[in-house]
Design a protein around this ligand. Sequence first.
Ligand code: MN
Length: 434
Amino acid sequence: MKRIFFPCAFHAENRKKLINLLPSKSLALVFSNDRMPRSGDLYFPFRQNSDLFYLSGIVQAKTILALCPAHPQPEYREILFMLQPDAARETREGHRLTGEEATAVSGVKTVMDVEHFRWMMDDLACSSDHIYADIEENVKRDSELRTFDLRAAGWLKSRFPLHRYGRLATLTAQLRFVKQPEEIQMIRSACEITRTAFDRILGRTAAGMNEYELEAELTFEILRNGATGHAFPPIVASGKNACVLHYNDNNRMICDGELVLFDFGAELAGYNSDCSRTIPVSGRFSARQRQLYEAVLRVFRNVRAIMKPGMSIEQINLQTRRFWEEEHVRLGLYSMEDLRRQDADKPLFRKYFMHGVTHTLGLDVHDVGDRRQPLQPGAILTCEPGIYIPEEGTGIRLENDILITPSEPIDLMEDIPVEPDEIEERMMTRIIEN
Ligand SMILES: [Mn+2]
């Protein structure tokens, strides 16, 4: 995997901030992701646990970070437990970090064999009253796997049943919610790569192409610009496929007169971007397509304008409902009278807009942060209204990544064309050039 390093001071500073949130005599433990089996002897590309990356910069499986700030022996206050170098395995699997390299990346001076974790725990636990274990917490996580964090927590609780246990993830989430300048810069760079990929699409989309050909164009531009890869499986949805929110079969011939919805983004050094655009394959919007597109664009601007400190994701979604009700009535999808009579449990706007308008973005594409928590300067969120009308075979979504500031929000994707005139103009030059 291509690696872009943060200075080790970034990770050291993150550890310091985390320690300040812990009660005295605490031990914090953070576990790497597992190497996930694919089939036979193959594995999926390794992706590090976001908290472990944030606190150490180490991108290697079977790694544990232990923080024990009150330990009487200073060399045990920060320890990385890692796989040891093994020449034969490295010939097959690639380089493993040496102790010195791990220290250079993370700033953690003590690096031990991960095999020694269990017996070192006897010592670390004796110097601690609290054990804060980092368990992945995400309301939408749906997995039956016993991942490394769960296996380790199970073992800890049986070996040290009388310690007081705490959830480290709630504390790392507080820190990760507000991005630091280095993180904002990394996301800006990811957005810049995403822009070049969209530029390429504008120049190449044509009727008669298959969706996967455009996926290949996105992938080409994202990889050749040095991104780690896609932030998530990209969506290239033509015609009615755009009404399936997470469609990514990307395997349909695109017909003249249709719209194509793209939802994609580059990942750079663990940090993600997330962009949606919808373009007319012919290079010109039909009157109806433009009418719908402009409605989405107005809602996009209205929502972006209210993304300010103090507002929560929940409040932004409530406001978005008002914006959409106004637009839907204007588009003739339902009337004011229908609105007055609507069933409170089944609001009418949900028929054409059935997802949240925003989510946090960072080391995870759907990043940490509670939907009821007020936004703070430094938070980064998406703004992604859409309209989906299966009866018309049309789905439109527009999505930019927005930095919250003390005053006006900053659109990190301001450079990515979104005005319908600009989209048409850019696509027309394509047709002339070809
Ligand atoms: Mn998104």
